[in-house]
Design a protein around this ligand. Structure first.
Ligand code: SF4
Length: 698
C-alpha cells in the first residue's frame, strides 16, 4: 500500500472518512488507486492523517459486492451468520432488473410501513434523492441517518438558540483566536488534521482549555486540563458561567444588541456557584474561576465540541450551555470566535442540509410548515409531502418491534453495529418482512437483507460533500466500480422509478440543480464553480465569493435577529452505576478505525496497526482486577456482555472503561443504553453503568 510512485493519472477528490474534509490527490494506474497525497484544500492545507493517506485500499478488497443479490428461499434464518465466502447458501446472484424489481415490489404501495436510513457517507445529491424517495414515494417522513447518533442534540440546541444548525466559524479560524475550549472531543484521534491546527495555535501562544472525562491527546498542549466527572457537563459549564455573571465579565453591549432571555439565564446561573459545583463535577472551584476569567477576558475565543457533549440524554442541555457561554461573552460572529461542533462523518453536515432527517426538508425547513411543503411540492410535483414529523433512528427500530414498520431501505448505514442496545436493532432487522440494503460490502446489516444492491465507494463516484466547515467540495471518480456495482444515485433513481415516481435525472448535476431551487444555503454555489474551484463555502455572498468563514456578525437567523439563552438544569445520566454495575462505560472511535469498521478493517495498513478489539482501563483498575495489560476482560451492562482485550491507559479515570465500536467480534453497542435525549433523540452512548471482570471469573 502506498509504496509505488508509478501512476498514470491524478484525480482530485475528498477524503471519505471524517468531517474535516481533507482534499486528496489520488494516484491511479490500471483502474487502481496506488497511493494518496494531501492537496491544498482550505481545511487541510495539504495535510492528511493515517486514514486519509493509507485507508484507501478497502475499495479494491475482494469482499466488495459486485452483483445484485436476492435472499434464497431456502436460506438459513436471518442473522449475523453470513460468511462472505459462503454467500451462495444465503443469497443468489441476480440481474439488476430482477433485483430492482424484487426491491421495489417489497416496498411500493406500503406507505407508513416503510422507513429509510440514508447515509452520511454518500454525496449531497444522493442524500437529497434518498429523502425525496421516502417522502414522495411513501407519503411520510420516516427517514433518518447517523446524524441521529452523533450531533442531533447539538443541532437541536443550535437551531433553537442560534437559528442555524451549522458551525458559526470554521475550525481554521482558531488561528485568529487567543483562547479556545475543546470539550467532549478527542480531535487527535477523531479529527486528526483539525488537531494539527489546534496544536499550532498553542505553539504561537494560544490558550487551549481541554475539558473531557478522558485525558484526551490534546491535553499535552493545553493551558487548562479539566478531567471532569462523566455526565456532569451542565454543572461544570453553569459554574463557569456563574463566575462570569458574578464577576461581571460578560459583554453587556453584545447581550443587549444580539440576544434574548438574558435575565432568565442570569437568574438561573445563581444556583451554580463553583464552590458547590466543584464536588459534583470533580473540578476545583478555583480552576473553574480561572477558566471563566480566561475565556471571558479573551479578545477572541472559540468553542469546539464533540460527541462527549452530544451523546447524552442531556446532550441538548450541554450544547445550550456552550451556546450561552459564547453569547454572554460576545465570542461569536467575529474572526477567531464562534461555535463549532466538530462533525463526524465526511458528509454528515451535507446529508443533514439535504434533508435526510425526519423533521426537516432540505435546509432545515420544517415539515410542519405549510408554506415550506408547498414550495417543495412546486418542484417535486407528484405526491403529498406529509406535515407530520417522522420517526428517528432508534424510534424506527422500536416501531419495527411494534409492528408499525415492516419494510426498510437502508443505504450505506450499518444499524446492526451502530445502534445502541444493538441486539434490539438486530432483532428488529430480522423481524422486517422486506429489507433492501445498498452498500459496498456485506455489512452486518446486509446479513439481514432480502435484496442487496451493490453500490460504489466514494472514490468511484461523482458528487459533492459538505464538511464540518460548511465547505461544499467536489468529489470525483478515480476508478470504476467493481463488477456490476453502480453509483448510489443511479440505484435510488432506478428504484424510485420502479416504485412509480416520475423521476428524470441523468446525472448528479441534475440533482444538484434541483436542490438549489429550494436551498438558500446553495445560493451562488454552482456545479461549474465546484468543478472549477473544487470548493465553495456557504454562505457565499456572490458568484465570486469563496464563502464566509465566520457568520452572524450582524445578528442571527431568528426573530428580530437575536440569539437566545436557554437555561439548562442538571439531569443525571439514565443508567447510573450501582453495586452490580459499579463502573462507567464510554464508547468512541480510534484513530485507525472508522465507525463500524466495514472500510478500515478491510484496509491493510489500518487493520495491521489495530487488528484486535480492545478496551482501555486505568492501570490501577487492571491491577485490582488481576488482569495484565493485553489480558481479556468481560464487560457486562444491563443490555448484554462482551469479552475483549484490555489495554492499560492512564488517561482513563479508574472508574471508567473506554470501548471503541468498530469491532463486530466485541460489539460495543451490545452494551450501550438506548435512552434518548428528549430534543435531539440521540442515545446516551457516552454513559452506561458497567461491570468489569477478569474474563473467566465472570
Ligand atoms: Fe480524512 Fe479526516 Fe484524516 Fe482528513 S483528518 S485525512 S478528512 S480522516
Amino acid at each position: 500500500v502506498g509504496d509505488s510512485k508509478d501512476f498514470d493519472e491524478e484525480v482530485r477528490s475528498v477524503c471519505p472518512f471524517c468531517g474535516v474534509g481533507c482534499q486528496v490527490s489520488l494516484k491511479v494506474k490500471d483502474n487502481k488507486v496506488k497511493y494518496v497525497d494531501g492537496v491544498n484544500g482550505p481545511a487541510n492545507e495539504g495535510r492528511l492523517c493515517v486514514k486519509g493517506r493509507f485507508g484507501f485500499d478497502y475499495i479494491h478488497h475482494p469482499h466488495r459486492l459486485t452483483k445484485p443479490l436476492i435472499r434464497r428461499e431456502d436460506a438459513p434464518a436471518k442473522g449475523l451468520n453470513v460468511d462472505p465466502g459462503d454467500l451462495a447458501s444465503h443469497f443468489r446472484e441476480a440481474t439488476w432488473d430482477e433485483a430492482l424489481d424484487a426491491a421495489a415490489n417489497g416496498l411500493k404501495g406500503r406507505g407508513r410501513e416503510v422507513a429509510g436510513f440514508g447515509s452520511a457517507k454518500c454525496t449531497n445529491e444522493e442524500a437529497y434523492l434518498f429523502q425525496k424517495f421516502i417522502r414522495q414515494g411513501f407519503g411520510h417522513n420516516n427517514v433518518d441517518h447517523c446524524t441521529r447518533l452523533c450531533h442531533a442534540s447539538s443541532v437541536a440546541a443550535l437551531m433553537e438558540n442560534v437559528g442555524s444548525g451549522a458551525v458559526t466559524a470554521t475550525f481554521n479560524e482558531i488561528e485568529n483566536a487567543d483562547v479556545a475550549i475543546v470539550i467532549g472531543a478527542n480531535p487527535v484521534e477523531n479529527h486528526p488534521v483539525a488537531a494539527t491546527f489546534f496544536k499550532q495555535f498553542t505553539k504561537r501562544g494560544g490558550k487551549l482549555i481541554v475539558m473531557d472525562p478522558r485525558g484526551v491527546g490534546l491535553k499535552r498542549h493545553a493551558s487548562h486540563r479539566l478531567q471532569f466527572r462523566p455526565g456532569t457537563d451542565v454543572s461544570m459549564l453553569n459554574a463557569i458561567m456563574h463566575v462570569i455573571v458574578e464577576e461581571e465579565l460578560y459583554d453587556r453591549q453584545y447581550i443587549e444588541a444580539f440576544t434574548e432571555n438574558w435575565d432568565a439565564e442570569k437568574a438561573h446561573l445563581a444556583n451554580f456557584p463553583p464552590e458547590k459545583m466543584a464536588e459534583v463535577c470533580g473540578i476545583e472551584a478555583e480552576v473553574l474561576r480561572d477558566v471563566a476569567r480566561t475565556f471571558a477576558r479573551a479578545k477572541a475565543a472559540m468553542i469546539f465540541w464533540g460527541m462527549g457533549i452530544s451523546q447524552h440524554i442531556h446532550g441538548t442541555d450541554n450544547s445550550r450551555c456552550l451556546i450561552s457561554l459564547a453569547l454572554m461573552t460576545g465570542h461569536i460572529g467575529r474572526p477567531g470566535t464562534g461555535l463549532h461542533p466538530l462533525r463526524g462523518q465526511n458528509n454528515v453536515q451535507g446529508a443533514s442540509d439535504a434533508g435526510l432527517i425526519p423533521m426537516f426538508l432540505p435546509d432545515y425547513q420544517s415539515v410542519e410548515d405549510d408554506g415550506v411543503r408547498s414550495a417543495f411540492h412546486e418542484v417535486w410535483r407528484d405526491g403529498e409531502i406529509s406535515g407530520q414529523k417522522g420517526l428517528t433512528v432508534v424510534e424506527i427500530m422500536d416501531a419495527v418491534h411494534d409492528g408499525q414498520i415492516k419494510a426498510m431501505y437502508i443505504l450505506g448505514e450499518n444499524p446492526a453495529m451502530s445502534d445502541p442496545d444493538v441486539e434490539h436493532a438486530r432483532d428488529a432487522l430480522a423481524k422486517l418482512d422486506h429489507l433492501v440494503v445498498q452498500d459496498i460490502f456485506l455489512t452486518e446489516t446486509a446479513n439481514y437483507a432480502d435484496v442487496i444492491l451493490p453500490a460504489s465507494a466514494f472514490y468511484e463516484k461523482t458528487g459533492t460533500v459538505t464538511n464540518t466547515n460548511r465547505q461544499v467540495q467536489m468529489g470525483r471518480p478515480a476508478v470504476t466500480p467493481p463488477g456490476e456495482a453502480r453509483e448510489d444515485w443511479e440505484i435510488t433513481v432506478a428504484l424510485a422509478k420502479r416504485c412509480g415516481l416520475n423521476w428524470h435525472y441523468e446525472s448528479p448535476r441534475d440533482v444538484f440543480d434541483e436542490m438549489k431551487l429550494n436551498m438558500n444555503s446553495l445560493a451562488n454555489i454552482t456545479w461549474e464553480r465546484l468543478e472549477a474551484e473544487n470548493v465553495v463555502m456557504y454562505p457565499a455572498l456572490s458568484e465570486t465569493d469563496p464563502g464566509q468563514p465566520v457568520v452572524f456578525g450582524d445578528g442571527f437567523p431568528r426573530a428580530e435577529g437575536r440569539a437566545k439563552f436557554t437555561p439548562a438544569s442538571i439531569v443525571a445520566p439514565d443508567d447510573v452505576p450501582d453495586a452490580d454495575y459499579p463502573m462507567i462505560l464510554t464508547t468512541g472511535r480510534q484513530l485507525e478505525h472508522w465507525h463500524t469498521g466495514s472500510m478500515t478493517r478491510r484496509s491493510l495498513v489500518l487493520d495491521a496497526v489495530e487488528p484486535e478489539a480492545n478496551c482501555s482501563l486505568h492501570p490501577a483498575t487492571l491491577r485490582k482486577l488481576g488482569v495484565e495489560p493485553g489480558g481479556m476482560v468481560r464487560l457486562t451492562t444491563k443490555r448484554g456482555a462482551i469479552t475483549v482485550m484490555a489495554r492499560a491507559d492512564r488517561a482513563i479515570a479508574p472508574d471508567m472503561v473506554f470501548l471503541p465500536f468498530a469491532y463486530v467480534e466485541a460489539a460495543a453497542n451490545i452494551l450501550t443504553n438506548p435512552a434518548l435525549d428528549p430534543y435531539g433523540k440521540i442515545p446516551e452512548f457516552k454513559f452506561s453503568a458497567v461491570r468489569v471482570e477478569k474474563a473467566g471469573d465472570a
